[in-house]
Design a protein around this ligand. Structure first.
Ligand SMILES: *Cc1c(COP(=O)(O)O)cnc(C)c1O
Length: 604
């Protein structure tokens, strides 16, 4: 949702006064509501947009009109820009609608719903390797953003408490993250007054948090490190275990103990289920420094928007005074959230999904997504026009751009040593099958695979682990041959065919490279991949055949979705900008810098 500016209707009406948008009718139909389209709104009046109308209008009319306007939206299933799930099963939908009116904060009134929420937390704690004897604790949130904020805040408070207990100042907390961090992480730092140490990314670090740089940026004021399981740019997993080791070394040298929060918004529901896991590397509560993990239930948890989760490995990592006690009918409930009221139906659907799909069901879904993502990646590269920046279609350890830096945990040797993934009791049942796959993943290539194994169906274990994301760009050869063709035009022309495929610059430092990105979700079938590739090929061919002049016209279309500003609005905006610039200059800032500082563009 965007931050909305107030619009003054008087001004717009004033502006439109001289333009006859429609003929005034005779007025004879004004009261006729027999069919929605006979209402006065259909032909004689604008639907009021910015001010509440004096009198209401029948529901069917309003329904028809709003639905018609909503037709201007993209189609959720073709929105390849988003990780957020768009599909809901019939039975889940029934539960959702039946429970629409339930507020998740009404513990007392809806004990069954609350216990579903508790069970989800337990299931996740298990799935993420909580250790014996630990009392995991967690909560449902609106999404990963709220969860990240709660996780960050707990780290900040723990750090403050420790500093004060040691008689040291606690005024300058900092937190570490890569420049690829999702906007929620930066938001945490700004909203909760923590210095964000945003470390540059590079091709060598797979455009992810670079362990070598983490090392250089730690100090006594570091409250923690945000490590992302599944970078939104390219789907790469950040090397949690490697960063863990750096923090271990730092502690043995300085005595300073720095925790990790894993932002597993997408990966929390992907990595545990896939055959690839995280390629033999540890990422979850098996690593002692990982104190909290968040996930978006509405991404690969397969719920529709509105639910996220955070789990702390043990209640001792959640500072007591952040927890609110609610007393009711002789019982006590504890709460740690940013919101009070919020819908509970998503939590019910989350629990439904977990029970209905089970481990194998989730596995089938994410393995399908990864298989489709590989197919798309390979098809794109087969054209010779495109190359992938994501690596999930490449054999493990052979991905492009994986340059090993001395202590890197990405080398084969290390891989073998930590291949023994600890499995909790619940997963032992399926371990036989997964062991076969896990061990085949550490074989160097399919050529060395025995004949019998070669005929088995391939799984994600034969490839580099990561999210089902395809990030791609024009090949260097293509760019040389067709320098006038811009990648963003591919995005625009695909949009004309209903596909929503964004074109982003990579994070700062690497932002001279742009990527087109397709997120493969549950509802994106094999069949649709075929259509997508056909359309991408045809669009690219069109671009190759057209000259610079034609294409420049297309590019001007961009950004046309915003309402044109009125003359007065333009004047006000210009004055505001000049005023801000003057203020900035008085403070010795360069022109234009203030906006740049305030507004952060990010990939979501
Ligand atoms: C999506 C995402 C978020 C934000 O999650 P919401 O559920 O949309 O609030 C944070 N971090 C990462 C890595 C993400 O992919």
């Amino acid at each position: 949702m965007s931050l909305s500016r107030h619009v003054d209707p008087e001004e717009i009406i004033h502006h439109l006064k001289d333009i006859k948008l429609q003929e005034k009718g005779s007025g004879s139909q004004r009261q006729n509501h027999l069919t929605p389209y006979n209402s006065s709104y259909a032909s004689q009046e604008d639907i009021p947009k910015y001010k509440i109308p004096e009198n209401g209008t029948p529901g069917d009319t309003v329904y028809a009109m709003l639905r018609d306007e909503l037709d201007l939206d993209g189609r959720p299933n073709l929105n390849m820009a988003s990780f957020v799930n768009t599909y809901i099963e019939k039975d889940a939908q029934k539960l959702f609608v039946e429970n629409l009116g339930k507020n998740l904060s009404d513990n007392d009134e809806y004990p069954a719903m609350i216990s579903f929420s508790d069970r989800c937390v337990s299931i996740l704690a298990h799935l993420w390797g909580v250790q014996k004897g630990e009392k995991a604790i967690g909560t449902a949130t609106v999404g990963s953003s709220e969860a990240v904020h709660l996780g960050g805040l707990a780290m900040k408070r723990r750090w403050q408490e420790k500093r004060r207990a040691e008689g040291k100042d606690a005024y300058k907390p900092n937190i570490i993250m890569g420049a690829n961090a999702q906007v929620a992480l930066e938001k945490f730092a700004r909203y909760f007054d923590v210095e964000a140490r945003i470390l540059p990314v590079s091709a060598q670090s797979n455009y992810c948090l670079d362990p070598a740089l983490v090392k250089e940026n730690l100090d006594e004021n570091t409250i923690g490190v945000f490590v992302i399981l599944g970078s939104t740019y390219t789907g790469h997993y950040e090397p949690v275990e490697e960063i863990h080791k750096i923090l271990d070394d730092f502690e043995s040298q300085t005595g300073i103990d720095i925790p990790i929060h894993v932002d597993a918004a997408s990966g929390g529901f992907v990595a545990p289920f896939t055959y690839a896991k995280t390629g033999g590397h540890k990422w979850n509560f098996e690593l002692p420094r990982v104190k909290s993990i968040n996930v978006s239930g509405h991404k690969y948890g397969l719920v529709t928007p509105g639910v996220g989760w955070i789990v702390w490995r043990d209640e001792s990592f959640l500072p007591k005074h952040l927890i609110f006690e609610l007393h009711y009918l002789g019982g006590t409930e504890y709460s740690y959230t940013l919101n009070f009221s919020r819908p509970g139906a998503q939590v019910i659907v989350q629990y439904y999904n977990l029970i209905h799909l089970g481990f194998q069901g989730y596995r089938a879904v994410v393995e399908n997504c990864l298989s489709n993502a590989r197919l798309l990646s390979k098809a794109l590269e087969a054209t010779g026009w495109y190359t992938c920046v994501s690596d999930i279609h490449r054999p493990p350890q052979k991905q492009a751009g994986s340059v090993k830096s001395g202590s890197s945990g990405y080398d084969g040797e290390n891989d073998q040593s930590c291949c023994s993934e600890s499995q909790n009791d619940d997963q032992k049942a399926e371990s036989e099958e997964s062991k076969t796959h896990a061990s085949s993943s550490s074989l160097s290539s399919s050529k060395d695979t025995p004949e019998t194994d070669r005929n088995r169906e391939e799984t994600s274990a034969d490839y580099t682990p990561g999210l089902p994301v395809v990030s791609f760009r024009f090949t260097d050869e293509f760019q040389q041959e067709y320098p006038h063709v811009k990648q963003e035009t591919v995005s625009l022309l695909m949009r004309a065919r209903q596909w929503i495929i964004p074109n982003y610059a990579l994070p700062p430092n690497e932002d001279q490279t742009e990527i087109l990105r397709v997120v493969i979700r549950e509802s994106f079938s094999f069949d649709l991949i075929d259509r997508l590739v056909t359309d991408l090929v045809s669009v690219t061919e069109t671009l190759m055949e057209n000259d610079e002049v034609d294409l420049s016209l297309l590019q001007q279309h961009q950004g046309g979705r915003r309402r044109p500003l009125t003359k007065d609005e333009k004047r006000i905006e210009k004055e505001e900008r000049e005023r801000e610039e003057r203020k900035g200059e008085e403070r010795g800032e360069e022109k234009g810098k203030r906006m740049g500082e305030g507004i952060h563009r990010s990939v979501c």
